[in-house]
Design a protein around this ligand. Structure first.
Ligand code: GP9
Ligand code: MN
Length: 630
């Protein structure tokens, strides 16, 4: 009977194997996938299988032999075209195709012109399976089949397919926890679930986004706009335009929490340079400043800084809404003559940055390819912060002025590892190795930032720049509460977990002389209006949820993406209202109005993003100053 089944379905079996192998060989020859261990190699090998079993398996329902063969051949042509297009696309963009890129390429070089130049003769290889299948159809005679037994066989076949998919997803989840919820990186997706499943996943995410978008018609913009206008905080005339014409440099300090600043660990000063800056007359140091990121971590902090809108509650907005229209900080500075760029020595597709930066109007992304990276200057996630800053300043020297450079550091990232040569202070001695090492990588970052300032001074760029540095999100999660409790010498409550979300913010204006510590409760959402006002660019009428930090009207209220919030009087966490001074539980009536407002602000931000509402907003509609400056 086995023999009969093999004979009956030989074309199908040949098709599955031929496309499977062609796909796998395609992975190895056309994409630069970094495979680190045997398990990853195995996942890569097996990942095309579940999809191929499913899609070719539909042939089992087609009784007529001729139609069945046409179906199988068509599928092989389609899968070959998918692999072939990705290979051509990859040569140019170093990335896999995602749907928004097919609709939105205006900010990158023209796709179509590059396609032909990136096709290679050897690409016919991708159609090897088609040829094999065509030959099989030609030489292996097949009849119609329509019997009872095949129904049971079919069931078994699809159960096996589902099982293979589950095994694949299970292994992928082991290799990369939260792969599908956080998305991270297209390369990781392809490596773990395969090109075909990846495209289905992409289609799913993008259709969800499109459906939400299709339901919006712009009428919501009025309601949201009214709320935003009512909360507009006019700039302090003393500060407005104080950095006009200067280069704007923002630095995202990876995983840096505020608790290490002006603090020590077993007698060792953790951040000598950043501590010195808190007392520097050219620096405003914000000691009650919070990150507001969600699942999208670094990318959320980038999104918040650029748009003064929140990320999403259940996914990374960089992945779900890279096709939206934005009114970003980059775009606004760009319109005002700045050369806008991002400097980050990682894959361009990580967090979907390459696509999102296009939507944000960033002119240039200096990704890993723009840096000299090798074994000797890398650790953990890649290029170490010291050489990163060194090389970045070299690149900056050649940039048109003024520029807006958004820098993203990397070394102080989980798992917080360093080579011996970069360790300046001992490990901590708690039960958490993560926290123990954290102090060391934080210290390394502190030294790197000092070096950066020295380099900027030496390059002559320093005096005509303004440098804004902030922690992107927490580095030590609640899983390390016990160790944190030991370090802070107290039992960690939900109140502490909320206040531990403080990240340092430095606004450094060389030559200013009147800087000081600011204890205003504030958040990342406030960065966009603050920076634009310092640069002398008005933001009245902009669809932003934050307010200028220097404005007398700035309110001390910071909603977190998960519904917690902090004001100057209270902290609200785990549905408990705390007194912000004492950390003790207090009358819930004190928090009540802000619970409501947190929901409103998060809701309005979601409305803007999900409905892609900014596409309905007339450019320059409500910003007369901006027109005047042109
Ligand atoms: C990756 C870096 C880290 O490029 O930004 O991302 P994270 O894991 O912190 O979101
Ligand atoms: Mn980060």
């Amino acid at each position: 009977m086995k023999k009969v089944a093999w004979k009956k379905h030989s074309v199908l079996i040949i098709a599955i194997i031929a496309t499977w192998i062609t796909t796998y060989v395609g992975y190895l020859t056309s994409f630069n996938l970094k495979i680190e261990n045997v398990m990853q190699q195995f996942i890569l090998f097996m990942n095309p299988l579940s999809f191929l079993l499913l899609i070719y398996g539909i042939a089992l329902f087609i009784k007529n032999a001729k139609k069945r063969n046409i179906y199988i051949l068509s599928i092989s042509i389609i899968t070959s075209i998918i692999m072939f297009s990705n290979a051509v696309f990859y040569r140019f963009f170093n990335d896999f195709i995602t749907l928004p890129v097919l609709f939105q390429t205006s900010n990158f070089r023209d796709l179509s012109s590059s396609v032909t130049t990136n096709m290679h003769l050897l690409d016919v290889f991708f159609f090897t399976d088609v040829i094999i299948i065509a030959l099989a159809i030609r030489y292996i005679p097949q009849g119609d089949h329509n019997d009872i037994r095949s129904k049971i066989g079919r069931k078994l076949y699809f159960v096996a397919t589902a099982a293979i998919l589950m095994i694949n997803l299970g292994l992928a989840e082991m290799e990369r926890p939260q792969l599908l919820t956080r998305s991270f990186d297209r390369e990781l997706l392809v490596k773990n679930i395969g090109t075909y499943n990846y495209h289905i996943y992409d289609l799913f995410i993008q259709s969800k986004t499109h459906a939400q978008r299709a339901l919006a018609d712009g009428s919501e913009l009025v309601e949201v706009g009214n709320y935003i206008n009512a909360n507009y905080a006019a700039p302090d005339p003393e500060m407005y335009g104080i950095a006009k014409g200067r280069n704007v440099i923002t630095v995202s300090l990876e995983s840096l929490q505020n608790f290490v600043i002006n603090n020590e660990m077993n007698g060792n000063e953790i951040t000598p340079f950043l501590n010195e800056l808190t007392r520097d007359p050219d620096t405003f140091y914000f000691s009650e400043f919070y990150h507001q990121t969600g699942l999208g971590k670094t990318s959320d902090s980038e999104f918040i800084l650029e748009n003064s809108l929140f990320g999403k509650s259940d996914s990374a907005v960089f992945f779900t809404n890279s096709g939206n229209t934005f009114d970003s900080l980059s775009e606004r500075l760009g319109e005002n003559g700045y050369y806008t760029n991002v400097m980050h020595a990682n894959n361009r597709s990580f967090w979907n940055r390459d696509i999102m930066y296009g939507a944000l109007g960033t002119e240039k992304f200096y990704d890993v390819e723009s840096y000299d990276v090798d074994e000797s200057n890398s650790v953990g996630w890649g290029l170490k912060d010291k050489p990163y800053f060194d090389q970045s300043v070299e690149i900056m020297k050649g940039m048109p002025k003024p520029f807006y450079s958004r820098m993203i550091t990397l070394t102080n990232h989980h798992p917080f590892t360093l080579g011996e040569e970069d360790i300046s202070i001992p490990e901590y001695d708690s039960n958490s190795n993560t926290l123990n090492r954290y102090f060391q990588t934080v210290r390394y970052m502190d030294e790197a930032v000092k070096l950066f300032f020295d380099d900027l001074k030496a390059s002559g760029l320093y005096d005509n720049s303004i440098i804004i540095m902030y922690g992107d999100h927490y580095g030590i999660s609640e899983n390390h509460n016990k160790a944190m409790g030991m370090y802070l010498d107290k039992e960690i409550t939900p109140y502490d977990n909320a206040t531990l979300q403080k990240v340092p913010l430095y606004i450094h204006i060389p030559g200013y002389g009147k800087g000081h510590e600011v204890k205003e409760v504030a958040g990342q959402i406030d960065l966009r209006p603050t920076i634009l006002h310092l640069a002398g660019i008005d933001t009245k009428g902009d669809m932003q949820m934050g307010a200028d930090l220097f404005s007398p009207d700035h309110e001390q209220f910071v909603p977190f993406r998960d519904g917690r919030f902090v004001t100057d009087k209270n902290v609200y966490a785990k549905e408990v209202c705390y007194d912000s001074e004492t950390g003790e539980e207090t009358d819930s009536a004190e928090c009540e109005p802000f619970i409501e407002r947190t929901a409103t602000e998060l809701g309005y931000s979601d409305l803007i993003i999900n409905g892609d509402l900014l596409r309905f907003k007339e450019k320059n509609e409500v910003s007369p100053e901006k027109d005047a400056s042109k």
